[in-house]
Design a protein around this ligand. Structure first.
Ligand code: AMP
Length: 284
């Protein structure tokens, strides 16, 4: 497995693969890898001839009061996991090269970022779309794999690729969960033991919402109220939002007539967790 630190080296490697007619897959990550990340890696290993995993904790997507400094990191362990999985290259850009002091270009998707996490994390998606654009131009992938866990992020990146005619395919892989239902996340390790034990209440609330929709409940506010009650009963959490939204436009839906995404963001032990599930009324 190659370890690549500079954009020039990454581009040269990708050009060599492309010149040999090989399909290049990219899995962008912030490291501290878990089975969720590795499922995206497996997806790329299957779909592409060469797989690059990027590891970069992108300062641009963290707000000034967010957890950039304490975001968990373990490069040696990540490298070991990836080489054993059969990854061809790890791209680990240096912050000074990615963001020189006079860096002044931002990439922003204006729609899809106004709801859900958008208002709670000003500048976050702009940071994501900027770094992902840079990763795309460095790695030149034919295919990039993202997780459904970050549903809004995946939608925003699809729109970025479409709007800027970027010549690559975006694929979204399902959310991988712990045995108790909690969505895997690098941030789970920051939870207190008690919060970690109770955190499956988030997925329980999502599946409760999904079941209500399948059973015929059409009023989004009723469903959200029941989910909120379940979370507040179980956890000492501060809920940023629980939303039921159109799966493509991400606009909130009041009356449910078709498929929706139920998404939530909650702060537990000062850790912000997000999760989502797709739900649809059962046809009769
Ligand atoms: P991160 O390192 O958190 O930026 O995540 C990198 C990629 O892994 C993103 O595309 C995430 O959506 C995806 N990802 C994170 N957690 C999971 C999970 N539990 N299941 C599937 N994909 C995930």
């Amino acid at each position: 497995m190659k370890r690549i630190h500079t954009v020039a080296e990454m581009q040269a490697q990708s050009d060599a693969w492309r010149g040999a007619g090989l399909c290049v897959g990219l899995v962008p990550t912030m490291g501290f890898l878990h089975e969720g990340h590795l499922s995206l890696v497996d997806h790329s290993l299957e779909a592409a001839d060469r797989t690059v995993v990027s590891i970069f904790v992108n300062p641009l997507q963290f707000g000034p009061k967010e957890d950039f400094a304490i975001y968990p990191r373990d490069m040696e362990r990540d490298l070991d996991l990836l080489s054993r999985r059969g990854v061809d290259a790890v791209f680990h850009p240096q912050t000074v090269e990615f963001y020189p002091p006079d860096f002044s270009t931002l990439v922003e998707v204006e729609e899809l970022t106004k709801g859900l996490c958008g208002p709670f994390r000003p500048g976050h998606f702009r940071g994501v779309t900027t770094v992902v654009t840079k990763l795309f131009t460095a790695v030149k992938p034919h295919l990039a794999v993202f997780g459904q866990k970050d549903y809004q992020q995946a939608a925003v990146i699809r729109r970025l690729v479409r709007d800027l005619n970027l010549d690559l395919r975006v694929e979204v892989a399902p959310t991988v969960r712990e045995a108790d239902g909690l969505a895997m996340s690098s941030r789970n390790i920051l939870l207190s033991a008690e919060d970690r034990q109770r955190a499956p209440a988030l997925y329980e609330a999502l599946t409760m919402g999904q079941k209500k929709i399948e059973q015929g409940e059409r009023d989004a506010s009723q469903i959200i109220a029941a989910m909120r009650a379940h979370i507040e009963r179980t956890l000492d959490a501060s809920i940023d939002y629980i939303s039921i939204a159109h799966p493509d436009t991400l606009e909130e839906v009041a009356h449910i007539t078709g498929p929706v995404v139920i998404a939530l963001a909650v702060r537990l032990s000062n850790v912000r967790l997000i999760d989502n599930i797709i739900a649809a009324p059962l046809s009769r």
